[in-house]
Design a protein around this ligand. Structure first.
Ligand code: ADP
Ligand code: MG
Length: 374
């Protein structure tokens, strides 16, 4: 890509992780085993209706989908879309109105009170407003699930709390109270507490929505590290595309109690099919459709949007195609970014002159996704 290659590389190195060492009991798994492909969470025709003032509100329409072990699965949608309802059904903070929910093959809709109590130790949860006990110290907040479990000795609890606080970067804050911490630090306490009983699944309901962008990035980095170190399956709700882009492997887009689109984040965000997803993408890129139409009216020739992904992001393709086919380009808009570990670029170009057909087939054969906008 003309002039874009060095920018892409610079951004990649700026965002490189800090590479902390894992400290938890479970061994760090090689990347190739991260997703076993076995479903950890399965919904089979699950639905949920709330009764409000003798009216039924169907918050989740009958929904079937699955989340694989070890993946970071994002749920995105506007307020009221049904995200929290879906998430809270996983650990039965909400009771389903119908359907079956399987976690590690076990039907959680059939659990009795004792089974549910034990099951919830396998599922940690963090919240937008942290939900910490303000009258307890940081260490006591983290120790709480271990004490409630009733199966850990006092020494075990102390050691585990110390290791957890060290892992989330709060070693020196154990005796403080939540009110003495920043928002980011409070959420780190929330994460340490959620991991206390060594869960397989972590549910995150808008966990970064109360944080500023820099703190959000740090908390997401921590979640990504934990996902890798512990092979922890993470289900993460947000209304922000950037959150999904940074950490998620797959995403489901929700609207009106329905999953309207789902798939790998690169597919869903780079080639959105459903109108709701397309709106999210346009909002995120701050594209004003009216302004864009005006811009297009002022340039001659064909207008294309090219999407480069992975290795093709680094190929100096535009210059090569221009030389080979005699087509001239002007760049109308462009963006280079990453989706988790995959770099991508999107360019909107006006093309004039030369052998247009040859240029189009050259892009095609170079693994670049081409949309003809005009
Ligand atoms: P989101 O998390 O995407 O904002 P929710 O799952 O919280 O959406 O809500 C989905 C719909 O269900 C909304 O219409 C909301 O008003 C309704 N709802 C959620 N929780 C309750 C509840 N406890 N009682 C009644 N209605 C609810
Ligand atoms: Mg919600």
């Amino acid at each position: 890509m003309i002039g874009a290659d060095s920018r892409a590389v610079r951004r990649l190195s700026l965002r490189a992780g800090c590479g902390r060492m894992p400290i938890f009991c479970r061994p760090m798994l090689p990347v190739s085993t991260l997703s076993t492909g076995s479903p950890v969470i399965e919904f089979h025709d699950v639905h949920k209706t709330y009764r409000v003032a003798s009216r039924d509100v169907m918050a989740l329409q009958p929904t079937s989908f699955r989340i694989e072990a070890g993946e970071v699965f994002g749920l995105i949608g506007h307020s009221g879309a049904g995200k929290s309802t879906l998430l809270r059904l996983i650990n039965r903070l909400e009771e389903p109105s119908g359907g079956r929910i399987l976690v590690n093959g076990e039907d959680v809709t059939a659990l009795n009170a004792d089974g549910l109590r034990r099951f919830r130790q396998r599922v940690g949860m963090i919240f937008q407003h942290f939900n910490l006990l303000m009258s307890k110290t940081v260490a006591d907040n983290v120790a709480m699930p271990l004490r409630l479990a009733g199966t850990y000795s006092k020494g075990d609890i102390e050691r585990r709390v110390a290791a957890l606080l060290d892992r989330v970067g709060l070693k020196d804050h154990a005796r403080k109270y939540p009110a003495q911490l920043s928002g980011g630090q409070k959420q780190r306490v929330g994460i340490a507490r959620a991991l206390a009983t060594e869960p397989d699944i972590l549910l995150c309901d808008e966990a970064t929505s109360a944080l500023d962008p820099q703190t959000t990035a740090q908390v997401l980095q921590l979640l990504a590290e934990i996902n890798r170190e512990l092979n922890l399956t993470i289900v993460l709700i947000t209304h922000e595309m950037d959150v999904i882009r940074r950490v998620c492997d797959r995403v489901a887009v929700m609207d009106g109690g329905v999953i309207v689109e789902q798939g790998p984040v690169t597919d869903v965000f780079l080639h959105p099919q459903h109108a709701t997803t397309q709106r999210f993408v346009l909002e995120d890129e701050a594209v004003d459709e009216g302004e864009q139409r005006d811009d297009f009216a002022h340039v001659p020739g064909r207008i294309l949007r090219l999407t480069f992904q992975g290795e093709s992001t680094y190929q100096p393709l535009l210059g090569t195609v221009a030389r080979e086919t005699g087509v001239d380009f002007s760049i109308l808009s462009g963006r280079i970014d990453r989706i988790k570990d995959t770099p991508y670029g999107q360019l909107t170009l006006a093309l004039t002159g030369g052998d247009m057909q040859a240029a189009l087939s050259r892009f095609d054969s170079a693994d670049v996704h081409v949309e003809v906008l005009r």
